[in-house]
Structure formats: structure tokens, C-alpha cells
Design a protein around this ligand. Sequence first.
Ligand code: IPD
Ligand code: CA
Length: 260
Amino acid sequence: MLSIDDLLEITEEIKVSTQKFMKEDLNFGEYVHEGKDDTKSIDLFAEKALDKALERRGLSAKIISEEFGERVIGDDPEFLLVFDPVDGTTNAVRGISFYSTSLAYSDKIDDVRVNDLSMGIVASFLDHTYHAVKGKGAFIDGKKLNYKNYGDKILISVHAYELPPFSREDLEKRIILRTLGSIALELCLVATGGLDIVLDTRNKLCVYDIAAGQLVLRESGGYLIGLDGKDINDLVTAEGLSIIASSDKEFINNYRDECK
Ligand code: IPD
Ligand code: CA
């Protein structure tokens, strides 16, 4: 078993070593011939940084991650990690300061679902670290995370092939649209109130994209549902997800009613 402090220390190691790598190797945005077809050098470095952090500590774990898929480190896995080494690689490569590393933990190793994840950390490479422990709340830079209602226009991050039919009046008076590019961080921003809604309708997300961020959001009192209005609780290996995230109970309940 790992403690949240162990997990925070491991995440910090991944973050710091990857930042150093980006400074030293200016080709960090190049494609590499390892991992997936679209794996870039920075993704590979961060992916391997987790293995090194576990090996240094003599830990054995099952890992489900973006670049290397499913694998086991060591001989006798004691826990499971769901890992997106870099969430927002395009931002990182293009010099947009909004990307993160995302690590979630479960004591259970087989047939693990999102709701089995008991700890999650989303660390911005250039800003805050968010973490959550199931039943114990969500935290930002180690302090209790407090949701703030800005009481302003509705700020929505939309990832879609076709934009939802917002009227011109909505866009002028009520809604501001963004597409920020690191879904893990965006879920944490819904937790703080920085974003009001995250909407991804592309059936493209994988659980490793949202594993840690959803725990931060839910532990802060927010919601993560699918387009069918149901709580997201897929197997951690699942792909092809669409999501709606919000901290507004009324909005979520209204949406759920419309789905009936
Ligand atoms: C991407 C980010 C982005 C989302 C993409 C993801 P990646 O993650 O989460 O916000 O729109 O669909 O692929 O590829 O940088 O880990
Ligand atoms: Ca990634």
C-alpha cells in the first residue's frame, strides 16, 4: 500500500525530472518510435520516470498508462496506478503553459473501476498540484480546496467536433467558451470554480485522462457524468468516453432529467 505522501513524492519526482528534461533536450516535442504512434519524447520520458520512481523504492505495481498501456513493475504488484504521464502534450510542445501529469491509485489490482480509485494527483508542470483522497477531500498545494462561485458568466471548456447550439445571445451575454487542452487540469478547475463546465462530446477520452482529476472534482463536491446522464464509473482500461463535469448540482440534475 502507498500513502498519499508517497504518491505526492513520486508525482513530484516525475514532474521535476520531466521539467529538467524539457530544458536539456529541446527536441522533447519530437515523435519517438516507442510507445504509441503519437508518443512524443516528453511523453516517453515522463512515462519512464514513473517506472524509475517505483524501482528506486523497490515497489511492485500494475500500471495502466497512456504510452505503454498495461504493465507490471516488479514481481508481485501490491497496487494499481492509472497514469497519464503528460496530459496536454500539444500545449507543452507549443509553449502553452497548461499541461500536467496525472496519477491515480487503487489498492485493488484487477477489474478496477473508476470508483475504486482511492487517491489521485494532478500536478501542473508550471502551477498548482491538486490531490484527493477518497472520503477525505480535495486539496490544492496541500491545502483544503475551496470551491468559489464567481457568479459571473458561465465559463465552459468544450472539446467537440461540432459546437453545441449556443445562441448568439448566450455567447454575448451568458457563456464564455474555451478549449484549454489538459482535461485532467480542467477537471481540477471545475473543482475550484475556475471553470463552470467541462464538456467533451468526442467519445475520445480514456480513463487515464480523467482518473485523478475526477477524484479531485468529486471529492470537492462536483460531478462527472456521461452524455447519458449517468455517473462515470467505467473500468480503468476503458476508452472512448465523453464527459460532462460541473460542480453545479442543479445543472447536473436538470441534465439528468432531460436524459430520462
Ligand atoms: C489530451 C488532453 C486534451 C484533450 C485530448 C487529450 P494528451 O491529452 O487531455 O485536453 O482534448 O483529447 O488527448 O493527449 O495530451 O494526454
Ligand atoms: Ca498524455
